[in-house]
Design a protein around this ligand. Structure first.
Ligand SMILES: C[S@@+](CC[C@H](N)C(=O)[O-])C[C@H]1O[C@@H](n2cnc3c(N)ncnc32)[C@H](O)[C@@H]1O
Length: 383
């Protein structure tokens, strides 16, 4: 039954679990429980569509279909073979399998994923002497296996491609920020969605576009061409269209200004294209300008990630020191949040952070720090 609630798992990045749980609560999820890099919850099929469309800090939404214990490869294969795959796939469906393992027995995720593939293929072969095809690139159904010690969870991946692929980015500069992280930064920062917002080193524009989608309350994945659930046997297009309409009706007004800058002309060109793709051309303004030579209006809310050393003419040390000076002189009465993996260099800013949050940007451990800029707030090196 479509309107029956079932258990799901929303995966996210380290440090964004609570924000994701808040998002789920605001959307109306039930039985929300925070886990490591994930949040579990309950909802019905419509809610699963809504979650994929609206969650800003979620990488993928999984729908578990079987949980069992397996102590060796044979047992894993047999238990996958015992699942009634006809409920989920037809002979002419295509599928892909993925696995993540935290186990001393199953040490190779690729091999575990192959066992799942074999189990599914043999289920059909035993019954029909034929099997559905594997399509790793554009499958109808993506099956996910998660192994924790001996506990195996087989899930349908309702998202398909990771949800950070919003569909608005046609090009990037080097080191673009992951969209899920960018949205997470803005939600963690406590921006009131009233004050003006600025990213002075906008790169390919991720933080600006995510900020605008938040400020106007646009369903963040509305530009995606496809979600995993669209290839499922029970996909309900009418219900999905209804969920889209209802989500789009929640758009709200924002009277502030969203602006960005970058001293790299190509970055500005790319950002403009991405802004256009996100239908935000009238709502976000960007300029080719040097952070060290620009002044910003008082009370602007600022979020940015400085470069990691590429294309900086100054030494990285001096870059951060000069950043602190510019903030003090040109960002008066602004709240400024900076994320960087250069944790030692962040101290060179010489401003006392009012908040620090530990996050991961891919494999890099980062610190996300808030600086409230007042007259005379620059002191000597702070930790
Ligand atoms: C790590 S990237 C930002 C990535 C961005 N958040 C994104 O999602 O694509 C840092 C950016 O800072 C810019 N940058 C470096 N020095 C700058 C300066 N003095 N003024 C303005 N932008 C600068 C670089 O050109 C680069 O685009």
């Amino acid at each position: 039954m479509k309107n029956d609630n079932f258990y799901m798992l929303a995966k996210t990045m380290y440090g964004l679990e609570e924000i994701l749980a808040d998002e789920l609560k605001n959307l109306g999820a039930q039985n929300i429980k925070i886990q490591n890099r994930a949040v579990s919850f309950k909802g019905d099929t419509g809610f699963m569509y809504k979650a994929n469309l609206n969650l800003r800090t979620c990488l993928r939404v999984l729908k578990p279909i079987a949980t069992f214990q397996a102590h060796n490869e044979k047992e894993l294969y047999n238990k996958v073979l015992a699942i009634n795959w006809e409920k989920h796939l037809d002979l002419d469906s295509t599928f892909a399998t993925h696995a993540t393992t935290h186990s001393q027995v199953f040490t190779h995720s690729k091999y575990a994923s192959l066992l799942v593939k074999d189990g599914i293929a043999d289920f059909f072969k035993n019954k029909y002497s034929k099997r559905p095809n594997v399509d790793p690139k554009d499958p109808d159904i993506t099956i996910n296996l998660h192994i924790n010690k001996h506990t195996c969870t087989v899930s349908l991946d309702s998202s398909g491609e990771s949800l950070h692929k919003r569909g608005y980015k046609s090009d990037t500069i080097i080191a673009p920020m992951n969209e899920v992280l960018a949205a997470g930064l803005i939600l963690l920062s406590g921006w009131n969605e009233i004050d003006d917002f600025h990213d002075p080193m906008c790169g390919s524009g991720t933080i600006l576009i995510e900020a605008a989608l938040i400020a106007y309350n646009i369903p963040v994945n509305i530009f995606r061409e496809r979600f995993g659930f669209e290839g499922w046997k029970d996909f309900d297009l009418d219900l999905f269209e209804k969920i889209k309409d209802v989500s789009l009706d929640k758009e709200k007004d924002y009277k502030g200004k969203i602006t960005g800058g970058d001293n790299f002309q190509k970055a500005i060109r790319i950002t403009r294209k991405n802004i256009e793709n996100a239908l935000m051309f009238d709502n976000i303004k960007v300029k080719n300008e040097d952070f060290f030579e620009t002044q910003i209006n008082k009370n602007t809310f600022v979020v940015f990630n400085p470069p990691y050393g590429e294309r900086i003419e100054l030494g990285i040390n001096e870059f951060y020191e000069k950043t602190g000076d510019s903030l003090k002189n040109n960002y008066k009465d602004c709240t400024v949040w900076i994320i960087s993996s250069d944790i030692e260099n962040l101290k060179m800013i010489g401003l006392k952070p009012s908040r620090k949050i530990e996050l991961m940007n891919g494999k890099l451990k980062c610190s996300f720090r808030e600086f409230k800029i007042y007259e005379g707030s620059k002191k000597k090196k702070y930790k």
